[in-house]
Design a binder for this molecule. Structure first.
Ligand SMILES: *[C@@H]1O[C@H](CO)[C@@H](O)[C@H](O)[C@H]1NC(C)=O
Ligand SMILES: *[C@@H]1O[C@H](CO)[C@@H](O)[C@H](O)[C@H]1NC(C)=O
Ligand SMILES: *[C@@H]1O[C@H](CO)[C@@H](O)[C@H](O)[C@H]1NC(C)=O
Ligand SMILES: *[C@@H]1O[C@H](CO)[C@@H](O)[C@H](O)[C@H]1NC(C)=O
Ligand SMILES: *[C@@H]1O[C@H](CO)[C@@H](O)[C@H](O)[C@H]1NC(C)=O
Length: 339
């Protein structure tokens, strides 16, 4: 595809998907972002910017697709086949969330669209942010009649490159206030401990007896101060069972409930890990959908992903994508709880 063609289509677009119940999901081409999710009873359950132009800056990564690699890569470098690749060191000395100009800052093209589904596509050229190979990526959002949003990422490359994409949606099931009263269950016996730079050490540790034990439900507020100065920001390894009835490749990952409204979210994924981040770095510097500042702990992320720093950690499964392979990540957010 020629560059002229890409430039011609370089216009931003907002697209809203909806089912017959009135469950709707709004998306935007900058970062292939999820900008709003509205339940049938009218509650807006994710954080978003009022002004869509804010998505082109988005230092808080609200609602966007993060890539080529989410989270930190130690010392912003990795080696493939004896060749070292320095990558964008946007949080020196490390690489974070795809670098200075990650996928969240780019304008994706709409390549398929219906009332309930949209596909955004992106071509990340060879050496983009230092990563090897031309990478072709799509993000597909589909709304189902059961008040589910299905998120699918696909990628292919012409040279081996690490890939692990995630989106960065902050949930607030009450649609207002903080998330400390939300109750969470995580289907995870283990987590990945980190060093002083928050880079995973390569070990797995049991959650038992720690504030990270969400095997039975707990409110976020109950133990977050024991987790860290900014509350939860941890990566969990999802247990292999149970799985989704309609798709055994998708593992039951999490259930989030807001007791005063009864609003509820279940997460299912084919990815090995989920990052729980409770919005400890939100600082009121930007305004949300209702125009008021987005404050600390007003939204919570459950980012499904591969193991952080996997490329530099022989003990973690590989995130390397090779020519001829397809990267495929699928996650379901179900807003009608069954568990
Ligand atoms: C990436 O695509 C460009 C343009 O099509 C091509 O010249 C280049 O060889 C490709 N890079 C690799 C690593 O295949
Ligand atoms: C990256 O992952 C580590 C380990 O789970 C976590 O402590 C850290 O906060 C994460 N950083 C970001 C920006 O997601
Ligand atoms: C809002 O809708 C969701 C999803 O249909 C439901 O689970 C929840 O109980 C409803 N909440 C209220 C306050 O009606
Ligand atoms: C996208 O992010 C949300 C919330 O942070 C998470 O629950 C979901 O699993 C992610 N989806 C994918 C495909 O990574
Ligand atoms: C995979 O994702 C993690 C965070 O989830 C990131 O730190 C890592 O760099 C990514 N992959 C590779 C191959 O490095």
């Amino acid at each position: 595809m020629s560059h002229a063609f890409i430039c011609m289509l370089h216009t931003t677009m907002a697209i809203t998907l909806a089912n017959a119940n009135g469950f709707s999901v709004s998306t935007f081409s900058t970062g292939a972002s999820v900008t709003d999710i509205k339940l049938p009873n009218g509650t807006h359950v994710v954080l978003g910017y009022k002004d869509l132009e804010d998505y082109s800056v988005n230092s808080l990564y609200i609602g966007c697709t993060v890539g080529r690699c989410t989270n930190r890569t130690a010392n912003a470098a990795f080696t493939i086949g004896g060749v070292e690749y320095p990558i964008s060191a946007n949080v020196a000395p490390n690489h974070l969330h795809g670098g200075f100009v990650g996928f969240n800052k780019l304008t994706w093209r709409v390549t398929a669209q219906s009332e309930t589904s949209v596909t955004y596509s992106l071509l990340s050229p060879d050496s983009d942010q230092g990563y090897p190979g031309n990478l072709s990526v799509t993000a597909t959002y589909t709304v189902t009649p059961n008040n589910e949003l299905i998120i699918e990422y696909r990628a292919s490359t012409d040279k081996p490159t690490p890939v692990n994409l995630t989106n960065h949606t902050y949930f607030n099931l009450a649609g207002q206030g903080d998330i400390l009263g939300h109750t969470l269950t995580l289907n995870a016996d283990n987590y990945t401990p980190t060093d002083d730079n928050l880079v995973p050490t390569g070990d797995l540790a049991s959650v038992r007896g720690t504030p990270l034990d969400f095997l039975s439900s707990h409110t976020i507020g109950e133990r977050y101060q024991q987790a860290s100065d900014v509350g939860y920001d941890n990566n969990f390894c999802i247990n292999a069972t149970p799985t989704l009835e309609s798709d055994p490749n998708l593992k039951y990952t999490a259930k989030l409930e807001e007791p005063t409204t009864g609003n509820c979210l279940e997460v299912y994924t084919n990815q090995p890990c989920v990052q729980l981040y409770q919005g400890g770095y939100l600082d009121g510097s930007v305004n949300g959908l209702d125009g008021s500042p987005i404050l600390k702990y007003t939204g919570l992320c459950l980012e499904t992903q591969k193991h952080p720093n996997a490329i530099n950690q022989p003990r973690f499964p590989s995130t390397l994508l090779c020519p001829g392979q397809e990267y495929y990540s699928k996650t379901v957010w179900r807003f009608t709880c069954t568990r």
